[in-house]
Write a protein that binds this ligand. Structure first.
Ligand code: XMP
Length: 212
C-alpha cells in the first residue's frame, strides 16, 4: 500500500472512486465536499472506502460544540483533524475523551502548509499536543524544518502531511522528512487519469524513500 491520503475536496466519478479506494492509504474529507454533497452524498462516496476516513473540519471551538459536530459524523469516519491552538481545558481535553470513548482518532494540527502560518507559537502548540496525546499530527510538507522538529518531538505519532503538488512540495519530500503519509488533493483529482497519477506518485514515493 502506498503512503497517499487522497484529499477529496471535489467530487470524482463513482466508478473512479471505487477503483481508487484500494489504491490509497486513506481519504480526507473536508468542508468543500461536505457542503457540496451534503451528508447523504458523503455517505454514498464513503461507501467505497472502508477504513482510514479522515474528517478534516479543522475543528477549533469549545468542547460542547466540537462534540456536537463530531457526533454528526462519527459513524461515517475514523478520525478528526483538530486545531491545537484552541487549547486543552474545556476544549480539546473533553473532545479527546469523547472521541476515545467512541473509538475515533484525533489528529492535531502542529503547523500549517501555507505561507501566512507562523511557527513562532509552536512551543505553545507543542505543550497542547503533549497534554492531549493525540493519535496523530498534521505537519506541512512545505516546511521541512518544522516537519523534522515535530517528528523529533513526537517520534511515536503518526504524521500526515499536506502541501504536496499544488502548494509546492514534491512527492516524497514529507516522507523523507519524517511524515508517515502524504495528503494529496488537486494533483490527483484534477489530473486526467487520477488512478494513473496515484500509481505514478506511489512509484516516486518508493524511489524517494530508497534515497533518503
Ligand atoms: P491539495 O489540493 O493542496 O490539498 O493537495 C491539500 C489538502 O490538505 C488541506 N491542508 C491542510 N490541512 N493542515 C491541515 O490540517 C495544513 O497545513 C493543510 N494544508 C492543506 C487542504 O485543505 C486540502 O484539503
Amino acid at each position: 500500500m502506498n503512503k497517499i491520503i487522497l484529499a477529496l475536496d471535489e467530487p470524482l466519478d463513482y466508478k473512479i472512486l471505487k477503483d481508487i479506494s484500494s489504491q490509497v492509504a486513506g481519504i480526507k474529507i473536508g468542508w468543500p465536499l461536505i457542503l457540496e454533497q451534503g451528508l447523504e452524498g458523503i455517505k454514498n462516496i464513503l461507501k467505497n472506502f472502508d477504513n482510514n476516513i479522515i474528517f478534516d473540519l479543522k475543528l477549533a471551538d469549545i468542547d460542547s460544540t466540537m462534540i456536537k459536530i463530531t457526533t454528526h459524523l462519527k459513524n461515517l469516519g475514523d478520525s478528526f483533524i483538530v486545531h491545537a491552538f484552541v487549547g486543552y481545558n474545556e476544549s480539546i481535553r473533553e473532545l479527546k475523551e469523547f472521541l476515545d470513548k467512541e473509538n475515533k482518532k484525533m489528529y492535531l494540527v502542529s503547523s500549517m502548509s501555507h505561507k501566512g502560518w507562523n511557527d513562532n507559537f509552536y512551543p505553545y502548540i507543542k505543550e497542547v499536543i503533549k497534554m492531549t496525546n493525540p493519535y496523530g499530527l498534521v505537519a506541512p510538507a512545505t516546511r521541512p524544518k518544522i516537519l523534522k522538529t515535530v517528528k523529533k518531538d513526537f517520534p511515536e505519532k503518526i504524521i500526515i502531511s499536506p502541501g504536496i503538488g499544488a502548494q509546492g512540495a514534491k512527492i516524497g519530500d514529507a516522507l523523507c522528512n519524517g511524515a508517515n503519509y502524504e495528503i494529496i488533493g488537486r494533483s490527483i483529482y484534477n489530473s486526467k487519469d487520477p488512478i494513473g497519477t496515484i500509481l505514478e506518485f506511489q512509484k516516486i514515493q518508493e524511489e524517494r524513500l530508497n534515497e533518503c
